[in-house]
Ligand binder design. Structure first.
Ligand code: FE
Length: 226
């Protein structure tokens, strides 16, 4: 048997992976960035082939990963986790620096970053795993806690977008026993579910300026689900 709840016990960080250059840059939130060798220092980063950034990494051969902290603004999740660079310039208005390779590096809510040059890639079917050799790295803030996937799930109640390697189809999860008067509403932007059964205030009674705690979308972006 496969118990999908067991998969949630695997630990990850959450990072903004960026690629491109000054003319065209894009990024996405990734939980699959990890160091794979010490000598030389090499990192792996996994990217869905549908992601706009995937083609940019293939073309430019560079990527950066910004380490987010636990108080990262919801808009950052919204922009990099649930929007596509095909429709929006995700870097616009953000604090961006350009690395030695020319790759954009997001500085908003970033406590450290790595910059890598791709030396290998592995086709995993839905995803490509890029192996990059470290070009430069810097620690900006040693006091803030790096964001982990577990923190995002438990404190922010966040869910993985469909393109994430760790996405689990909700229909595969066990159904909860529910009280009829309690409703569930889902954010159409990021998939976050507001479940009256788990909250002190029913969704209907939330103020109009309430926003999605996972991605910052508006209350009207939620639809009732069964
Ligand atoms: Fe949302």
């Amino acid at each position: 048997m496969i118990d999908y709840k067991a998969l949630f016990k695997i630990s990850y960080g959450l990072y903004i992976v960026c690629s491109g250059d000054k003319n065209m840059g894009n990024g996405f939130i990734s939980n699959t960035v990890f160091q794979v060798t010490a000598e030389p220092v090499q990192f792996a980063a996994c990217c869905n082939k549908q992601n706009f950034t995937c083609g940019i990494i293939e073309k430019t051969g560079v990527f950066s990963a910004s380490v987010l902290h636990t108080n990262t603004a919801s808009e950052i999740y919204g922009t990099f986790g649930y929007k596509s660079g095909r429709e929006t310039n995700k870097l616009k208005g953000l604090n961006v620096m350009y690395g030695e390779t020319g790759v954009p590096i997001i500085l908003n809510d970033t406590i450290a970053f790595i910059e890598c040059r791709v030396v290998n890639s592995i086709d995993l079917g839905t995803h490509i795993m890029f192996i990059g050799e470290l070009v430069q790295s810097e620690l900006f803030d040693d006091n803030k806690q790096p964001l982990t996937y577990a923190y995002y799930r438990s404190v922010k109640n966040g869910v993985a977008p469909k393109n994430a390697p760790t996405y689990v189809d909700p229909s595969k999860m066990e159904e909860k026993t529910r009280h009829e008067s309690l409703e569930r509403h889902q954010c159409v932007v990021c998939g976050y579910i507001y479940d009256d059964a788990d909250e002190s205030v029913p969704f209907k009674e939330l103020p109009d300026d309430w926003t999605c705690p996972a991605c910052g979308a508006e209350k009207c972006d939620f639809i009732k689900i069964t």
